[in-house]
Write a protein that binds this ligand. Structure first.
Ligand code: NAI
Length: 326
């Protein structure tokens, strides 16, 4: 079984190498390149391509993969918005994913963004290193008794609810597909208008694209904190900039960005960034951006490799595919 891993990074290779030893016939090749219609021919001779969040598995790419005989696309991530499922079906290519590797990893990173923005630990760290012990400009706020609105309460949203309840926050949830739980369920409009902090945990679909736009900002409290660790295009970045400039948006924490596939997962410190929207966002003192690292814990990397290889093994041996995306 020849498996081509695209967009592979040094930090994930040890996990894949170690766990693939359990599968005698697995032969892994790591490519730095992103999968796209232009690079897909690199998978010639492989049975499976394994991809991550910013690989492009669109119709043209799938057409090339089908032509060279690739029969399975194994996503080593949960989201599958980068896959044209209709085209995959048309070409008879099976798509599998890792639905949950560590919801807690993403939820904990979300809390790290909230606390860093509020308590300004990133600024304090730099000040103290320069013997500047002035507290002016570092004033934060308690999470205790704040209203936190969670949009999308699946695995990650629920893990975040559990943490926030420990802080003594008042947790509101909007998710059309869930029942009662340790939160208060409200409509989207009530969540937007009552929350001090809003965190996005729904998938990116045609219904959620630019869910947070000018209209949504108009409904929010002045000075609200917005956190997005889900998918970049849930937010209209231009609307965010307008809301930051008018101070409607008091704090913005992002782990994902709409155009991140052109930026993230590479050292670009010697380049001139051409994305003016991203550069403007970075320039605000109340914006904190991390480069899609919510998932990035040892526990999650181990689980990603374990489930990805188990998915491929199940596909190879024609066992029921628990993690197939249809
Ligand atoms: P999940 O599938 O367990 O939960 C998603 C929830 O969103 C479901 O309960 C669903 O009913 C709800 N939902 C769907 N449409 C909605 C809408 N229009 N409004 C409100 N709720 C809606 O997914 P999980 O595992 O919690 O992941 C959530 C998202 O987090 C993924 O789609 C992915 O994009 C992102 N993610 C980000 C990572 C990172 O490293 N930053 C890592 C893993 C996932």
């Amino acid at each position: 079984m020849k498996i081509a891993l695209f967009s592979s990074q040094n930090y994930e290779k040890p996990f894949f190498r170690q766990l693939s030893a359990h599968y005698a016939d697995f032969n892994l090749t790591f490519f730095d390149e992103k999968l796209s219609a232009q690079t897909a021919e690199m998978a010639t001779g492989f049975d499976v391509v394994c991809v991550f969040v910013n690989d492009s598995v669109d119709a043209p790419t799938l057409a090339v993969l089908a032509k060279i005989g690739v029969k399975c696309v194994a996503l080593r991530c949960a989201g599958f918005n980068n896959v044209d499922l209709a085209a995959a079906k048309q070409h008879g290519i099976t798509v599998v994913r890792v639905p949950a590797y560590s919801p807690e990893a993403v939820a904990e990173h979300c809390v790290a963004l909230i606390l860093t923005l509020s308590r300004k630990t990133h600024k304090a760290y730099n000040r103290v290193r320069e013997d500047n012990f002035d507290l002016n400009g570092l004033l934060g706020f308690n999470l205790h008794r704040k209203t936190v609105g969670i949009i999308g309460c699946g695995k990650i949203g629920q893990a975040l609810v559990n943490i926030l309840n420990g802080f003594g926050a008042n947790v509101l949830v909007y998710d059309p597909n869930i029942g009662e739980g340790n939160y208060t369920q409200v409509s989207l409009d009530i969540l937007l208008s009552q929350s001090d902090i809003i965190s996005l945990h729904c998938p990116l679909t045609e219904h959620t694209h630019h869910l947070i736009n000018d209209d949504a900002f108009a409904k929010m409290k002045p000075g609200v904190m917005l956190i997005n660790t889900s998918r970049g295009a849930l937010l209209d970045s231009s609307a965010c900039i307008r809301a930051l400039k008018s101070r409607k948006l008091g704090y913005l924490g992002l782990d994902v960005y709409e155009q991140e596939s052109e930026l993230f997962f590479k050292n670009r410190s010697e380049e001139i960034i051409q994305d003016d929207t991203f550069s403007r966002l970075v320039s605000f003192p109340n914006v904190l951006i991390t480069g899609h690292q919510g998932f990035f814990t040892q526990e999650a990397l181990h689980e990603i490799a374990r489930v990805t290889l188990a998915n491929i093994s199940a596909w190879e041996s024609k066992q029921p595919l628990l993690n197939q995306v249809k």
